[in-house]
Design a protein around this ligand. Structure first.
Ligand code: R5P
Length: 313
């Protein structure tokens, strides 16, 4: 990729593989910084090259150990701000705490907003992220937010599955928008599972709006965490006569021992794989090139939205 290398990309420690892949696509090397843990658990950072008056990006997902990596991101931003960087673009492929975006019950926090405030206060000037859990989170920031979509790369990967006669199924109401966009681009029908969350871990899914009988199913969602949402939705589809069932999800937290009920699950590398658990039926699709293109556009003052086809919604 031919980029004007007027900017520097730094990486935190949450997803170094993705950061390296992004910089490979950009044909730049990662900015020099020393990041270490002090004996008392505090994070120590030193930027080892001049950033005065430069535009910088930091690649860091707020995941796996979200509190630690959020703090690390804030400390990195502070170091770059105090080193007189001109602008700081936080590239956050997985925006942790996004599901805490409203008060469901009294006396609950809105932590997605708190994270936004912390990032802004630290000195971030622009945010780039991927499939935000709800797009309204953009409004939690006073600074510009570019929300990218994994859909094009997932659809490209899905082509080899040859899921003809396919119905795109939203495993809950929150995923209807994503499902509609997949269905629009795949020229497929859509169906919706009626899911109810009982608590942070338990979900109940019973009915389906639409028809999956005798059809192949593509289940789509933004997050696969414990897998209960997708598992329950797949069971509903199977009980109603679906044929093959494949899943496509942007953020594979994959906090489960098995990926059951779907024959195959596509996730992106927005967060690193769990070291302790690999899944034979999970395929990881890289969003590095997508981020590299978006960063290039952002840094050159070009349109980022033009990277995506107009949405159906
Ligand atoms: C919820 O609104 C999200 O879109 C996902 O459906 C949910 O976070 C998945 O969680 P789990 O895999 O634990 O059911």
């Amino acid at each position: 990729m031919n980029v004007k290398k007027s900017f520097i990309v730094f990486s935190g420690r949450s997803n170094p593989k993705l950061a390296e892949a992004i910089t490979r696509n950009l044909d730049v090397s990662i900015g020099k910084a020393t990041i270490e843990d002090f004996p008392d658990g505090e994070i120590g950072i030193r930027i080892n090259e001049n950033v005065r008056g430069r535009d910088v990006c930091i690649v860091q997902s707020i995941a796996r150990d979200p509190n630690f990596y959020l703090m690390e991101l804030l400390v990195l931003v502070d170091a770059l701000k105090r080193a007189s960087a001109r602008s700081i673009l936080a590239v956050i492929p997985y925006y942790g705490y996004a599901r805490q975006d409203r008060k469901n019950l009294g006396r609950e926090p809105i932590t997605a907003r708190l994270v936004a405030d912390l990032l802004e206060k630290a000195g971030v000037t622009n945010i780039m992220t991927l499939d935000l859990h709800t797009e309204q989170i953009q409004g939690f920031f006073e600074i510009p937010v570019d929300n990218l979509y994994a859909r094009p790369v997932l659809i490209e990967a899905l082509k080899k599955e040859k899921l003809n006669n396919c119905v795109v199924v939203a495993p809950d109401i929150g995923s209807v928008k994503i499902a509609r966009e997949f269905a629009f681009e795949l020229n497929a029908d859509i169906a919706i599972v009626n899911k109810r969350r009982l608590d942070a871990e338990q979900v109940e899914a019973d009915a389906l709006i639409g028809n999956v009988s005798g059809r192949n199913v593509l289940l789509v969602d933004d997050i696969y965490s414990t897998g209960r949402t997708m598992t329950k939705a797949a069971r509903v589809c199977r009980s109603l006569g679906a044929n093959r069932i494949v899943g496509a999800v942007t953020h594979g937290l994959l906090l489960t021992d098995e990926v059951n009920e779907v024959e195959k699950l596509f996730v992106t590398d927005s967060l690193p794989e769990r070291e302790e658990r690999k899944f034979s039926n999970v395929e990881i699709i890289s969003v590095a090139e997508l981020f590299a293109k978006a960063i290039t556009s952002a840094m050159q003052g070009d349109s980022v939205s033009s990277l995506f086809k107009p949405s159906s919604c």
